[in-house]
Design a protein around this ligand. Sequence first.
Ligand SMILES: Cc1ncc(COP(=O)(O)O)c(C=O)c1O
Length: 409
Amino acid sequence: MILDTAFVRDQFPPLADGWVFVENAGGTYVPRQVIERTRDYMSETQVQPNWHFASSRRATERITHGKRLMAEFINADHDEIVLGPSTTMHVYLMAQALRPLFTAGDEVIVTEQDHEANVGAWRRLEEFGIVIREWQVDRGTGALRYEMLDDLLSARTRLVAFTHCSNVASIVHDVPALVKKIHAAGALAFVDGTAYAPHFPVDVKALDCDFYVFSLYKLCGPHQSVLYGKRALLNEARNQNHAFITDDNVAYKFLPGGPNHELAAGCVGIADYFDALHAHHRLEPANSLHARLQRLYALIAAHEARLADNVTSFLQSRPGVRIVGRRPSSDGRLAPVIAFYVPGRPSADIVASLNARQIAIGHGDFWAARLVKALGLTAEDGVVRIGLAHYNDDRDIERLLTALDQALA
Ligand SMILES: Cc1ncc(COP(=O)(O)O)c(C=O)c1O
């Protein structure tokens, strides 16, 4: 069975605008189901939740439903996740919330490959005497130097922050194996799944990481982010909200400023959308959203890998083009994100040429600033990034390759 992209595309109103949209690694369009759930909340129940009058009760139900589904999405319990404004904010808050549990001289390992969201907040702990160690990338490929982790881990290591998949090099890391190693050293594993979750199913229990964070707006959702943490750690981490919020109030203690109600309710639409795909493809029924997603993602991943392989083969055939990370993706260890550059040729010029041909795409460091610098490129010009989503189809790729052919001539 293959993914019915005509049905998929029909769910996304903006895809009818005539452009080929391949800036999905930055943020995807949302399907009509998400728009409807958000609109319904705002038009019917935009009141303070948690009171006893009817519209408030309904608001509470809608918010709670959205949050529960996002927990189910990654096989977590509802009290193990926080729905917040962004991954950057979640990491910042957790770094501050965990800091009192560390002592001066303790070590935190960050990577050179991650988006800055999972780097900068940890680096700020240096102010409090925490020692930051950097897990570096190979200067040629941008791949993480796995062997280096053994040397970095020590009896002082308290936490390792790393990405499940790079948003530029697109390499998927073996999280369970890394977590095992990190746990054996007595440290916590804090994983950024933002570039992974749009393409593969996430099971936080199977990964066994201590924290997992990802942004929903890159997987057809509203501008929100999910933070998962093991229950004991969420309880132990310190309150970042008003003084009267108690440490056992996980739902609120990591949300200074409060939750975004309409977008939490809009998250129900993410589940509606994936369930509509599941039903349309007549996949084997399953009781939990997580199990239905696992079946659906098998179709999605196969479709995306085929498109990504076509793009990769084309780029590999062009002289002078350098693709970041390893290729091709047939080993299933790469997301369908293809970042490339052409030495001596500004990425900005390539993108301008593509934009002129109605290809929605960008260039730069995509805030994986340290990685792009390690590759010897400037942040401003950086790489051209083709970020595919499951709603891209063969026609998109045909148009993209024609435009690339002209842009690279
Ligand atoms: C891998 C990765 N992590 C984190 C982020 C930051 O997410 P947010 O905008 O939700 O802070 C991004 C955004 O581009 C990303 O690609």
